[in-house]
Design a protein around this ligand. Structure first.
Ligand SMILES: O=C(O)CCC(=O)C(=O)O
Ligand SMILES: [Fe+2]
Length: 307
């Protein structure tokens, strides 16, 4: 039996977080709470309108139509990431179309593109241009997320991550997960996992994720949701993540977990060193999120955001 603890979500809004804690992001850094959830941070009709626009402008494809060639090329297989400057993916490149579980990114992922820094920064500039076009009307969910972080930080400055020469990382990313795409139990860290010591974001002590759900996949009453485990990554748990035996480890060590049930329009922030997963649901529609990573150190005035 997992232990019963008071490891509970902070919700439903920024004021609730600030009422409960003087510095809510410090709590995330310490992983003393699983996540901060902002319910209906962006209206659901805006989420729907954005998804429709992304399909109309061919940034995403309609899952009810045959997959256009350009998306077959761009699709990122489940479980993919690279370490440092290695060009080979860590996990075997599965036959993309065999499983159908693929991801389309709109934006620039450091995890996916960071092995070639020049390419990453050039691609990031293009993504930032695209986002400023997409959200030129002023209804900007990226700004919404940055503003939320700013308020939750109380006294820090939230900026897009940049290198010392001023070049910016991608400010956020939109990810569409098709065909029941699953994030198995894992953690994210430019420091501890990807070991990207040639990037400025490597210097932050803590890494968070900020995610806004734009659309969910649904199969009957099931939707795809994130589960956060009350377990920070360490050397002991690492082999279990790699061998796929994390559930056994969690049971043996009485590790509790929290499912973060979100609707389109809900936003959440969590510490990505906590082992987390999003089991896929192969519904008609892909799960689509706007996502960021966040670099946070108690003793730094700036918070860096990237994707
Ligand atoms: O899509 C999500 O809700 C979380 C995905 C994830 O693993 C992450 O952003 O680190
Ligand atoms: Fe993750």
């Amino acid at each position: 039996m997992p232990e019963v603890t008071d490891w509970t979500l902070v919700e439903p809004d920024i004021n609730a977080a600030l009422d409960r804690f003087k510095y809510p992001l410090e709590e995330l850094a310490a992983a003393s709470v699983p996540a901060i959830v902002l319910r209906q941070a962006w209206p659901e009709d805006k989420c729907r309108a954005l998804v429709e626009k992304l399909v109309r402008e061919e940034h995403l494809y309609d899952p009810h139509q045959p997959v256009p060639e350009k998306f077959q090329q761009a699709a990122i297989p489940e479980g993919y990431y690279r370490e440092g400057s290695k060009s080979e993916p860590i996990y075997a490149w599965q036959a993309k179309t065999a499983t159908g579980r693929t991801r389309i990114d709109i934006g620039t992922s450091l995890g996916y593109r960071g092995s070639d820094k020049e390419d990453f920064l050039t691609h990031s500039a293009e993504s930032n241009r695209l986002f400023s076009e997409l959200f030129a009307g002023g209804d900007d969910p990226i700004k919404l997320m940055y503003d939320a972080l700013q308020r939750l930080s109380v006294n820090k400055q939230v900026v897009t991550a940049r290198e010392p020469d001023g070049r910016l990382y991608g400010s956020a990313i939109i990810r569409a997960h098709y065909g029941g795409y699953t994030y198995k139990p894992h953690f994210d860290s430019v420091r501890l996992r990807e070991k990207r010591d040639n990037y400025a974001v490597h210097d932050f002590e803590h890494q968070f994720a900020g995610v806004l759900v734009l659309q969910n996949s649904r199969q009957g009453s099931r939707t795809a949701q994130c589960r956060l485990h009350h377990c920070l990554w360490n050397e002991e748990v690492d082999p279990h993540l790699k061998a796929g035996t994390f559930y056994d480890y969690a049971e043996e060590h009485h590790i509790d977990s929290v499912e973060v049930c979100l609707e389109p329009g809900d936003m959440y922030f969590f510490n990505t060193r906590c082992i987390h997963e999003v089991p896929g649901v192969d519904g008609d529609d892909p799960r689509i999120v706007l996502a960021t990573f966040v670099g946070y150190s108690t003793d730094r005035d700036e918070i860096f955001v990237w994707s």
